[in-house]
Design a protein around this ligand. Sequence first.
Ligand SMILES: *Cc1c(COP(=O)(O)O)cnc(C)c1O
Length: 348
Amino acid sequence: MFDIKSITRKNILDLKPYSSAREEYTGKDAVFLDANENPFNKKHNRYPDPLQIDLKNKISTLKKVVHTQLFLGNGSDEAIDLLFRAFCSPGKDNVIIPDPTYGMYQVCADINDIEVKNVSLTEDFQLDVKSIFKKVNKHTKLIFICTPNNPTSNTFKEEDVLEIIQNFQQGLVVVDEAYIDFAKTNGYVKYISEYKNLVVLQTFSKAWGLAGIRLGMAIADAEIIKILNSIKYPYNVNVLTQKAALDALNEEADKNLWVTLILKEKKKLEKSLQKFPFVGHIFPSDANFLLVKVAKPREIYDFLTNEKIIIRDRSKVHLCLNCLRITIGTEQENLLLLRALEKYAETK
Ligand SMILES: *Cc1c(COP(=O)(O)O)cnc(C)c1O
């Protein structure tokens, strides 16, 4: 039986969390003389709800979970960092990170002094389950799985992900679904009640178009969420962010329309890019970006930057030799990219 307490750091289990003034009384109409706020500025003078209950209620309906299975943070990057701080002892524990993938897992590991065991993806960008389990030892606490994966843009096989979740009972499997809205699959939220060692990360930064407000979420068993809540900053999601997210959730149709538009633009861009002689393979994408193999990545990157079109050079990344990563923009932006590439082609 999976027991979250057995993998939680002792200092975290023993922690007496900071108790904020606003946690003791949750009503809205009262004379608030408890938190040393300024009573005159009526705009943003009150501390935010530390547990973001209104927002969570809305999100939990959308995600078909209960609010106790939901953690909200300052981007999903906050959830990643808190997972390290709750479950990995510095200088002792390790985590498994497939390579290549999103860079923040490694950075958070380094900041927290946690050893990283990298496991290469296969040549076709799938998980190498056997090699992952070969690297697991008794100090392994987290396995990160980003699907659809950044920067390779593909979804991992569900049977592989489930095999890892089912057979890694000594720690947590963190499935990062930053790009799930663009994928054909529904993802892993539906499994969180079944698998107590599963943490799903999602974000408002991509499909919802709200990277600027910094809001990410972790969806997992309530026991895991309770631990993350106990170590977060008390007021980690500010009132402006909570308000902006609530507004966005009331306009879910906008998000769905944007996803449709982006997927349509992706198809068009893929077709147009294929016509250039310097473009090689374009990898199948389940995300809002394309990974494109080209003849001279740095030259193209520099040329585009000079044209004030900024893309991402991933050509030095493991398994991504000569690859550029291009985010799908508006129709207009994508046309500007294509026009600039035509100009580059003429210089050849
Ligand atoms: C963009 C991205 C995120 C988003 O992080 P936020 O902190 O929520 O903006 C998370 N994971 C991956 C893999 C990403 O590419």
